[in-house]
Design a protein around this ligand. Structure first.
Ligand SMILES: Cc1cc2nc3c(=O)[nH]c(=O)nc-3n(C[C@H](O)[C@H](O)[C@H](O)COP(=O)(O)OP(=O)(O)OC[C@H]3O[C@@H](n4cnc5c(N)ncnc54)[C@H](O)[C@@H]3O)c2cc1C
Length: 401
């Protein structure tokens, strides 16, 4: 039996390894790029956050997020790590549950997968873009630009639209669409958001710890504490990533940039500084990032020239309030180019969650980001890719025709 797997990213490589455990199966892995795992190599800022130890506790989204559970339970994070260990990968877990290769290099993850795929019953066809899939009575015709290959079964592991420069494309949705599978609306997720605060461009590159509340129509809809990064256009960082999936124009991020201290503590310190010969532009020096301190002082409406001793108590109160509750209006998320994952995808209701097989076309499977499942920031998306790929590969490879 020949299984064709379309896409040699995270889920496609997991599927190929699982399917090839059956020595009677011939696996052909089609990849349109020149090498395997190109996006994987860029994950986690080049460190690859390959899973999260809390991935079974939730953190997945989609019209039916529970669809992900059977595959995740069959290959949970600990078993995934054992599996990688059996391929020779050493890993290290952070307190947050995020797991990285011990080498701190995403390359290590790609390398162990690439080496493990070096098997007699796996054929790697890089530079092969699948343009069309046609159902035949005994299987499928896989059409490339110059060649058509017959496979008894097919696993579509083409990934999503996010990260277009790294290979994200519409391909998977289109191939499955032609076979009758519908998709939900696609949106960029885990992505920076633009904002309408003039201070932001001066803060490009600054990172700060903050408690962030996202407010809509005056109500807090989400709250989290962590690192916020200021970018040329707006805000980034894990907390912001989380809201990017379903943010609306006009949502307000309220940042407490000194969340470990009460406002009175900050006020007391500024009152102490009022008795010194400190210039106003140094008002928050030693407390916050220098650039952030200056921008916040200005945002509070305090003139940045002169001495702190010349400031009024109201000036100090205004600065404290700005530090503890900086309001930034969000306008829109950046596009698919910059997104780490696609929210939305091929409707999961048309697939069996225990096997990843299509309910519409027997012998057709799908896994990874192409399906309408996306995870939180922190290793959840790759865990879904490993689990769903492994599930599709082991079930596709089990039966013989
Ligand atoms: C910058 C960035 C950083 C990220 N960091 C993390 C992280 O640290 N942790 C985490 O959990 N997630 C992270 N993600 C998300 C994660 O990388 C993806 O969710 C995951 O790679 C999806 O796996 P996949 O196999 O479904 O798709 P992909 O890994 O995208 O693989 C799909 C493959 O299919 C190929 N392909 C597509 N169409 C065709 C075709 N027609 N013919 C042949 N080949 C085709 C593509 O070239 C690609 O190689 C990150 C994403 C990005 C963009």
């Amino acid at each position: 039996m020949v299984i064709g797997i379309i896409g040699a990213g995270a889920s496609g490589m997991a599927a190929a390894l699982a399917a090839s455990q059956n020595p009677n199966v011939q696996v052909i892995l089609f990849e349109r790029q020149a090498r395997v795992g190109r996006k994987l190599q860029a994950t986690g800022n080049g460190r690859c956050n390959l899973t999260n130890l809390h991935a079974l506790e939730g953190g997945y989204h989609g019209q039916d997020a529970d669809f992900a559970q059977p595959a995740l339970q069959a290959l949970p994070p600990e078993r995934t790590l054992d599996w990688f260990r059996s391929m020779g990968l050493f890993t290290v877990a952070e307190e947050s549950g995020r797991v990285y290769p011990y080498s701190d290099q995403a390359n290590s993850v790609v390398d162990v997968l690439r080496l493990a795929l070096n098997k007699e019953n796996v054929t790697l066809r890089t530079g092969f873009e699948v343009r069309r899939l046609r159902k035949e009575c005994e299987g499928f015709l896989v059409e490339g630009s110059e060649e058509t290959v017959f496979c008894n079964k097919i696993i579509v592991a083409c990934g999503g639209l996010a990260g277009t420069k790294l290979g994200g494309s519409m391909s998977g949705y289109q191939l499955l669409g032609k076979l009758g599978h519908r998709s939900t609306r696609l949106r960029p997720a885990l992505v920076q958001v633009k904002c309408a605060w003039p201070g932001v461009s001066a803060l490009k590159g600054v990172r700060a710890n903050a408690r962030v509340q996202i407010c809509r129509d005056g109500e807090c809809i989400r709250e989290s504490t962590g690192e916020v990064q200021f970018t040329e256009y707006g805000l980034s960082g894990p907390v912001i990533f989380e809201v990017s999936r379903d943010m609306c124009r006009g949502d307000v991020a309220v940042l407490d940039l000194l969340s470990q201290w009460e406002e009175e503590v900050l006020y007391g310190e500024l009152k102490r500084r009022q008795k010194t010969a400190l210039p106003v532009e140094e008002l928050l020096t030693g407390i916050l990032h220098n650039r952030l301190g200056r921008v916040l002082t200005k945002t509070a409406g305090v003139r940045c020239s002169g001495l702190v001793s010349e400031l009024s108590d109201k000036d100090l109160t205004d600065v404290c309030r700005t530090v503890k509750a900086l309001e930034i209006t969000l306008t829109e998320p950046l596009g698919m180019d910059s997104a780490q994952v696609t929210a939305g995808g091929v409707l999961t209701g048309d697939f069996c969650p225990d096997t990843m097989e299509s309910r519409l076309v027997p012998g057709l499977y799908a896994c990874g980001e192409v399906l309408d499942i996306d995870g939180d920031c922190g290793g959840y998306n790759l865990q879904w890719a490993w689990s769903s790929g492994y599930c599709a590969g082991s079930h596709g490879g089990k039966e013989t025709t």
